[in-house]
Design a protein around this ligand. Structure first.
Ligand code: PAF
Length: 283
């Protein structure tokens, strides 16, 4: 396994692979890898000749009061995990090379960025789209892998691929990986105190409540949201940022669910903001 930090070197290697007809899989990450990331790597390994994992804590997707500086980092451990998982290259460029001083051009989603997480994280999805598009240009993947835990990110990136005509690239959305008690894996879970960690299971429990009621025939969003809110009140350390039921194309709130709906929520425990979601589908 190679660790490459130069954009020119990564790009030349990707070009060489492509010219020989090899297929490239990319797993973009911010590092501090967990089983969720490794499930993306396993899928990439199975479906491509070469697998690249990018590790880059992207400054442009963090707001001024967010956790960019304290975001957990451990390249040594990440390297061991990637080596064991059969990764060919870790690409970890320096921020100064990704964003030189005169950097000026961003890629910004419009309507989709104003919904759900975009409301409390203005500029976040502009940073995500910009960095992911840069990685697509540098690594030239045929396939790229993302986790359903970041449902809005997946929907926005899928739209970017479509709207900007990124041909010859398939995005793969893989299921959320969870702890035994249901908490979705996230690099940010390390911020939680033991008491917060215990209570964080309410996110999943609220989603399961919605799934259960929906399966029993409740298709009215207000009723589902109210039942979820009740569930969340069981955690006295939880502060709800948002709790919404939206359509999966434009992320607009739905009154009644017919077809498919995304139930998404973000909850603060202290300064730590956790997200989770589930899809409801009419049979
Ligand atoms: O999901 C993440 O870890 C990040 O948003 C991503 C896609 C690697 C872009 O920085």
């Amino acid at each position: 396994m190679k660790i490459i930090s130069s954009i020119a070197e990564m790009s030349a290697l990707a070009e060489a692979w492509r010219s020989q007809g090899w297929r490239i899989g990319l797993v973009p990450t911010m590092g501090y890898l967990h089983q969720g990331h490794l499930s993306l790597v396993a899928e990439a390994r199975a479906g491509n000749d070469y697998v690249v994992v990018s590790i880059f804590v992207n400054p442009t997707q963090f707001g001024p009061n967010e956790d960019f500086l304290r975001y957990p980092r451990d390249l040594d451990k990440d390297s061991d995990l990637c080596r064991e998982a059969g990764v060919d290259v870790i690409f970890t460029p320096p921020a100064a090379e990704m964003y030189p001083e005169d950097f000026d051009i961003y890629v910004a989603p419009d309507e989709l960025a104003g919904q759900l997480c975009g409301r409390s994280r203005p500029g976040h999805f502009r940073g995500v789209c910009t960095v992911v598009l840069k990685f697509f240009h540098i690594v030239r993947p045929h396939n790229a892998y993302f986790g359903q835990k970041d449902a809005q990110q997946c929907i926005i990136l899928e739209r970017m691929v479509k709207d900007l005509n990124l041909m010859d690239l398939t995005l793969h959305r893989l299921p959320t990986i969870r702890e035994a008690d249901g908490l979705a894996l996230s690099s940010r879970n390390v911020y939680l105190s033991p008491a917060e960690r215990q209570q964080a299971v309410v996110l999943r429990q609220a989603l399961l409540t919605a799934e259960r009621l929906f399966a029993a025939g409740e298709h009215d969003s207000a009723a589902l949201l109210e039942a979820m809110r009740q569930e969340l009140t069981k955690a006295d350390l939880a502060r709800v940022d948002y709790l919404e039921i939206v359509d999966t194309a434009r992320l607009q709130p739905l009154q009644q669910i017919s077809g498919e709906a995304l139930v998404a929520l973000a909850v603060y425990f202290g300064k730590t903001r956790l997200i989770d979601n589930t899809l409801l589908r009419e049979k």
